[in-house]
Design a binder for this molecule. Structure first.
Ligand SMILES: NC(=O)c1ccc[n+]([C@@H]2O[C@H](COP(=O)([O-])OP(=O)(O)OC[C@H]3O[C@@H](n4cnc5c(N)ncnc54)[C@H](OP(=O)(O)O)[C@@H]3O)[C@@H](O)[C@H]2O)c1
Length: 325
């Protein structure tokens, strides 16, 4: 059994812990929180052996094969380095770092030490997402001409500080805009030209971003993320012979339809949800570790570097700077 630990016991940690039960060959052995009380409560709920009351104390417990980092964005780089210091493989929540420089440093460190590292772009591992990519690659919509994707929810008093506060690496782009940018990259490769505009909150985080990526062959990806409204969060890929469109919340275990031009026929893919959807990335990591791989073939460190090259460039264009940079 591969012994997993979780650092940072918030919203996503609970879902990951629940889904880890679906992963063959994995068990949640340890959890770490800034508070002993929270660690104990989480450990009791999820039947976890070792509860650390600080992130550093995690390594005083049972030997680990993998750590899942689920803290605010600004802390990811430091915590990945802490795990690397102990030679423990890491799956780190998105974004792996708040800028390209941080991600480059982490990738360099992991490759130097030959310790597994993966950014938790969970959508890449979903069977429904992989099926859509297979259809596109097989020419189901003819020559691919472009895509349109969004991700939006309405920020309110209950919204987590990690999203609303500049000092925690908040804002729409790194929290949710990362998904449409990821989609364009997986479908079309790295962009050749980037255009972007954004609106900011009083606290200085970006709350409404429109991005246009141009890819090889002039293919355009029109992307939008917002914290100002609950949008449908849809994605459409269009081609010379048809379109592929996902149902709402395309980045989840979502159904999709392929509609051919000049035909009544359509192909409908109905996803078979498994837990919250996080078991797939964790299962992939277990398989990678079993095979002795230090990177994921499906979402590699080069993929993360490309993604963060784009995100950092977008941040430059919209003028989003974090105080610690
Ligand atoms: N893949 C997905 O679908 C998905 C969905 C949501 C979020 N995420 C990502 O997961 C990460 C965590 O998001 P979340 O929604 O779980 O956040 P959250 O509910 O706010 O939890 C984050 C946890 O990090 C710890 N933490 C450490 N320093 C903190 C600080 N200064 N302020 C607040 N919390 C701090 C806290 O745990 P302790 O108090 O126990 O130390 C907190 O509970 C982010 O990177 C986010 O982008 C991914």
């Amino acid at each position: 059994m591969y012994r997993f630990a979780i650092i940072g016991l918030g919203n996503i940690a609970r879902k990951f812990a629940a889904d880890l039960k679906l992963v063959e060959g994995a068990t949640l052995t340890s959890v770490a929180s800034r508070s002993q009380e929270r660690a104990d409560a989480f450990a009791e709920e999820f039947h976890v052996r070792y509860a650390a009351g600080s992130y550093e104390k995690l390594f005083e417990g049972p030997h680990l094969h993998a750590v899942y980092i689920a803290t605010p964005h600004v802390s990811h780089a430091e915590l990945v380095k802490m795990c690397m210091d102990h030679d423990i493989p890491v799956i780190c929540e998105k974004p792996m770092g708040i800028n390209l420089t941080e991600v480059q440093e982490l990738v360099g460190l992991a490759r130097h030490k030959q310790v597994y590292l993966m950014e938790a772009l969970w959508t890449r591992f979903l069977p429904s997402f992989q099926a859509a990519k297979r259809h596109i690659d097989a020419g189901a919509i003819g020559k691919v001409e472009g895509l349109r994707a969004d991700f939006g929810f309405k920020m309110g008093p209950q919204t987590r500080e990690r999203i609303t506060k500049l000092e925690l690496g908040g804002g729409a782009l790194l929290d949710i805009g990362i998904y449409p940018v990821f989609l364009a990259q997986v479908m079309f490769g790295p962009p050749t030209t980037i255009t972007a505009a954004a609106r900011f909150s009083e606290s200085g985080v970006d709350v409404d971003d429109t991005i246009v990526l141009e890819h090889e062959g002039g293919i355009l990806a029109t992307l939008h993320c917002t914290l100002l409204a609950k949008t449908k969060t849809e994605a459409v890929i269009y081609g010379s012979e048809g379109t592929l469109y996902w149902d709402e919340l395309w980045y989840k275990q979502s159904d999709f339809t392929i509609k051919k031009d000049n035909s009544e026929e359509e192909l409908r893919y109905v996803a078979k949800p498994r837990g919250f959807g996080y078991a797939h990335e964790a299962q992939a990591m277990v398989e990678d570790l079993r095979q002795g791989r230090t990177e994921s073939p499906l979402w590699s460190l080069d993929d993360s570097l490309t993604l963060h090259t784009t995100l950092t460039k977008i941040r430059e264009l919209i003028g989003l700077k974090y105080p610690m940079e």
